[in-house]
Design a protein around this ligand. Sequence first.
Ligand code: OGA
Ligand code: MN
Length: 314
Amino acid sequence: MASSHLAFEPLHPTFGAECTGVDFSRAVPAETVEEVRAGLAKYGVLVFRHAQLDDARHVAFAGQFGELDDSTPYIKAGRKHRLAPYTELFDVSNLDDDGNVVKTDSLRFQLGLGNGLFHVDSAFNPRRAGYSILRAHELPPKDTGGATAFADTRTAYDDLDEATKNEIKDYVVNHSLWHSRRLAAPDCEFLKGMKPEDHFMARHALVQRHEPSGRMNLYIAHHAHHIDGQPVEQSQDIIEKLLSHATQDKYTFAVDWENNGDIIIWDNTCVMHKACRGSFEGKYVRDMRRATVHDGSSTAWGLNERTSFRAGMP
Ligand code: OGA
Ligand code: MN
């Protein structure tokens, strides 16, 4: 492999870096993709300013990291895909089908609030997500919020005391999209009627080795509903403790999106992330687009049956 031409500027003492040296104006060579992959194994989160990818090149670049998830099964019946024909892109904007900013009292807005809690993408599916590649297509005005924050769950695991590590080492967590959505929008009438127990949950080991780095990781998220063999209430006590531990200031940082065309890649199998709220909500466009690669590690499917099911809209 050619000697490295990428530079990584750390964003936090234990994880995250801004990466320079990738030329996004042409197809990214395979050896550069490997260097980015190595950077992700170490840092978990990489920020690329001014990448300026369009939809087609975003999908092509993401596809170099593995098998892309398809957004179609997540889209509510009857809704159109605003980013057609790019079904590999997830529309994580605050826009409705006609391109208008969604009102904060709409169901669409309420359903999106779950992204504001620390999570990993697709923990609630049979096959979990590996990398997510999020792109700012159109940002709200500066100082109106909308940063994306990250949490270092490898270091958070390392710092647990030995008794806790021992207690949780064989826990299997049941993840539910409906659970995190309900937590984020407790007053939403629609969500009050959606009982997580009535829907599929995905089972993944809580403590896992992150294969690309060899480090241990706490695979947790606000999707975590209960632990195998434990009542929900007791499970929630444990889950909440672990989530508050892993999301302390010392394990987190937020990235301010600076320019349309910035992208962030994160590894869902070693960091959590969340969208930060802001005064742009209900007022200004925040058009974010994401491509997500299925996890390629040996624990990608957790304890789940290998089906094509996705936890989308009923
Ligand atoms: C996502 C997500 C956060 C953001 O796309 O999976 O959680 O800041 N996005 O939009
Ligand atoms: Mn997400």
